[in-house]
Design a binder for this molecule. Structure first.
Ligand code: CP3
Length: 345
């Protein structure tokens, strides 16, 4: 058990000393220490070199003292392991040069040898656990099958993922075949990370909010349930977080997944969201990442608003509603972490 177990306790809806806080994408380009390393390596080089992944994971912990670390990695390397040609193009983001457009592409996707092909994640976890020396917990993560399918089909980021929905509606059996293969790989990836020792786990389903609740149920939910069941994560004492954005209309379907924690973006008040999600779950998120570009008074007012609405209820993890952005002022991050950890209503 880590010395600071506030994050794990909040995941389990147990009492805490202070509201735990970590920030999605907390290791990244807004930090000068990160840019100094990044100057000498490509992003893929960094995540595939466990020593670098460890050092970068530790940077925000050393600078700001968050209550949890998350492995410096990405959700897309499993697609590369399946045979898709992944490249991160500076200023543009991830690109897949051979996106999936039909059944023959899906048939060609490989699903075996995940532990070998993604060895750098597991080695990164081992080294980071050493570096953390049980001060705070380490969160492992994976992309969810839907969000990975978004990149596999579009071949890049997209505003509305129209091609994904077209694919889903026009080729339903192909869609299910693609989801089955993604599910197989993700299940093995989760199992191996848990076996390697991560102390909590987050499933990133960033783009799920473009679906109706009915389509979530029909096209996506069974695969998430299969991952949770077949990965064996429920046999370990590893809290599980499901994160998505734009999910306010599907909280009851998300509740059915049975995760310990549900992520909430900023488009809904946290107390209202929690009522809809149910008091048998913990909640995480809700702070708009763009607020960190504003003044300290507004940052404090918005953080207080969230904390006061929770009013000391067990099971609240402070986080942003989505990942921290590139040009976020470092001083504001420091201030937010200190403010939340020191907050007394
Ligand atoms: O939270 C953490 O600090 C852990 C590391 C982490 C990264 N990406 C590092 C990263 C995690 C958990 C992710 C998840 C991820 N990656 C998601 C889901 C969360 C979300 O934000 O929706 C998604 C959709 C991706 C895919 C991805 N990776 C995109 C779209 C981009 C390019 C956009 C951008 O911000 O540049 C990345 C690159 C990426 N992933 C960077 C980092 C630190 C920037 C890399 C660099 O150029 O230095």
């Amino acid at each position: 058990m880590p010395k600071n177990d506030n994050f794990l306790r909040a995941c389990r809806r147990q009492p805490v000393d202070h509201t735990p806080i970590w920030l999605m994408r907390q290791a990244g380009r807004y930090m000068p220490e990160y840019r100094a390393v990044r100057e000498h390596h490509s992003f893929m080089e960094m995540i595939k070199t466990p020593e670098i992944a460890r050092d970068v994971t530790m940077q925000p912990i050393e600078a700001f003292g968050m209550d949890a670390a998350i492995l410096y990695a990405d959700i897309l390397p499993p697609l590369e392991a399946m045979g898709l040609e992944l490249e991160f193009i500076p200023g543009q983001g991830p690109v897949i040069h051979n996106p999936v457009s039909g059944l023959s592409d899906i048939a060609a996707l490989e699903t075996g040898d995940i532990a070998d092909r993604l060895w750098f994640t597991f080695e990164g976890i081992r080294m980071t656990l050493d570096a953390l020396s049980d001060e705070i917990p380490l969160i492992g993560f994976t992309g969810a099958p839907f969000t990975l399918a978004c990149y596999a089909i579009e071949g890049k980021g997209s505003k509305n993922y129209d091609n994904v929905k077209k694919f889903m509606y026009q080729n339903q059996s192909d869609w299910h075949r693609l989801m089955e293969k993604l599910t197989e790989v993700i299940t093995a990836y989760v199992r191996e990370q848990v076996a390697t020792g991560v102390q909590a786990f987050q499933i990133f389903d960033s783009w799920i909010g473009i679906l109706s609740p009915a389509d979530f149920k029909g096209f996506v939910q069974p695969y998430l349930q299969r991952i949770i069941q077949d990965s064996g994560i429920r046999d370990h004492d590893v809290p599980l977080i499901y994160f998505g954005t734009g999910t306010s209309g599907m909280f009851s379907e998300i509740h059915e997944l049975g995760t310990d924690v549900v992520g909430v973006d900023w488009r809904i008040d946290l107390d209202k969201a929690w009522d809809m999600i149910g008091d048998d779950r913990a909640v995480q998120g809700n702070f708009d990442p763009l607020l960190l570009f504003g003044g300290v008074a507004d940052i404090e007012a918005n953080a207080s608003r969230i904390l006061d609405s929770v009013n000391g209820r067990d099971g609240h993890i402070f986080n942003l509603g989505h990942g921290i952005l590139q040009h976020t002022p470092v001083e504001n991050v420091r201030h937010l972490v200190e403010f939340v950890q020191g907050y007394r209503a």
